[in-house]
Design a protein around this ligand. Structure first.
Ligand code: A3P
Ligand code: MG
Ligand code: MG
Length: 387
């Protein structure tokens, strides 16, 4: 038999008088999160920005595209233009939160005003939000209780009371990215090619399937919302909007575009419901994007059908699957993770990073790093936001 724990461990776990005990780890087991759906306020768009073909930032919607409904029986060959009309973003360049931080600096007065009326007098660098992050990072949190393959690392820094959350690529993810097969590279192109077939640059324009696919270009929405006790400001890429000028205000006019393998067997349908719809739902539910347009394609990348999913109806659609994912588990885990982060990340210092790590079948744990490569708030941001 193994030796019992040394007694020091026991005393060390008793918090000092007056201190708030903060947990060292957080469970990601789905059974822990099956309670009522938490409060999630309707996301409000507070701004947007664009990134051009060279990844330059603009504080406007110049990259927003307009959805053009495909004709019946469309002739979309998703391999067309690969690789000669393809400019791929360099995913080895880590942009961290930089574009969101640029947006915050450019829209600071607007942001401060939007919460000043409702809260205590604000001090320098008080943005009036608890968390700033990318939508994609939150999507990973939502799907964590159901993820069995890929772990994640999230770096968190507290500055002026706001918690900034920025992903750090895991070693496994970097290896996968660098070892990505030629087939996988081409299949990634298919998703962007589908966007080109279904989007126009102007509300009354036509798609230009003969143009170049450049994945540096992006239009991003910035939304504000609340999850239980946490106010959030996050940004996410939006594929296009309804071309009707009478469509509801953003984000209700936005559409998410997706491609997926055509479904031929009950097993494929079940996998689509259990795995793909979870990711699609989480990504679009967070910023309040109400519709997802899916192009189903064959193994050669030819689109065989196009179908629209209402984000709000996805959870109904999957209810017949045995042991399926539940939106409430996703949202409660995310809410509890954010509470965990608040309790752990106490030091308000741009040079300190609390690194939260998770691997499938494990609990979330963390480590603390001072003045290291993990620091992600740039000096140009820290100096302008604290003055
Ligand atoms: P599909 O969504 O059709 O797969 P998004 O759907 O988020 O707008 O992203 C557009 C495309 O980028 C995707 O098309 C896919 O080709 C590629 N992509 C996005 N995230 C990816 C990821 N994590 N791994 C591989 N490809 C990704
Ligand atoms: Mg997109
Ligand atoms: Mg898309």
């Amino acid at each position: 038999r193994k030796l019992s724990r040394p007694s020091q461990d026991v005393t060390a776990s008793i918090p000092a008088a007056g201190s708030i005990p903060s947990l060292q780890t957080l469970s990601a087991r789905r059974q822990m999160y099956e309670r009522d759906f938490p409060l999630y306020k309707q996301p409000v768009e507070v701004g947007c920005f664009s990134l051009d073909s060279e990844r330059r930032f603009y504080n406007d919607d110049r990259q927003l595209r307009y959805y053009v409904e495909p004709e019946r029986g469309p002739n979309f060959k998703l391999s067309d233009g690969y690789p000669d009309r393809y400019v791929k973003r360099d995913d080895g360049v880590k942009e961290r939160l930089d574009h969101i931080l640029k947006w915050i600096l450019a829209n600071r007065s607007k942001l401060e005003m939007s919460h000043a009326a409702a809260t205590r007098p604000s001090t320098a660098c008080d943005l009036g939000v608890d968390f700033v992050t990318w939508r994609g990072h939150l999507t990973k949190l939502l799907t964590t209780p159901y993820e069995t393959r890929e772990g994640w690392m999230l770096a968190v820094t507290r500055l002026g009371g706001t918690l900034y959350v920025s992903e750090v690529e895991t070693e496994a993810a970097r290896r996968d990215r660098e070892a990505s097969s030629a087939r996988h590279q081409e299949m990634m192109y298919w998703g962007y090619k589908f966007e080109q077939y279904t989007c126009a640059a102007e509300p009354r324009g036509r798609p230009d399937a003969g143009g170049v696919v450049n994945t540096n270009e992006a239009f991003c929405t910035v939304v504000r919302t609340r999850l239980a006790a946490h106010s959030l400001l996050f940004s996410g890429e939006v594929d296009c909007r309804d071309r009707d000028p009478e469509a509801p205000l953003a984000p209700a006019c936005y559409l998410e575009l997706k491609t997926s393998a055509e479904i031929c067997t009950p097993k494929q349908r079940s996998n689509f419901h259990r795995f793909k719809l979870l990711k699609w739902w989480a990504q679009s539910f967070l910023p309040g994007v109400p519709r997802i347009v899916a192009g189903f394609r064959d193994d050669d990348g030819v689109v065989v059908s196009v179908e629209t999913f209402q984000t709000s109806k996805i959870s109904q659609l999957i209810k017949n699957e045995h042991n399926c994912w539940k939106p409430t588990v996703c949202m409660n885990f995310c809410s509890d993770f954010l509470s965990f982060v608040k309790s752990v990340v106490r030091e308000d210092n741009p040079r300190v990073v609390y690194l939260f790590s998770w691997e499938p079948h494990r609990d979330v744990s963390y480590s603390v790093h001072r003045d290291t490569q993990y620091c992600f708030l740039p000096d140009w941001y820290v100096s302008r936001i604290t003055h």
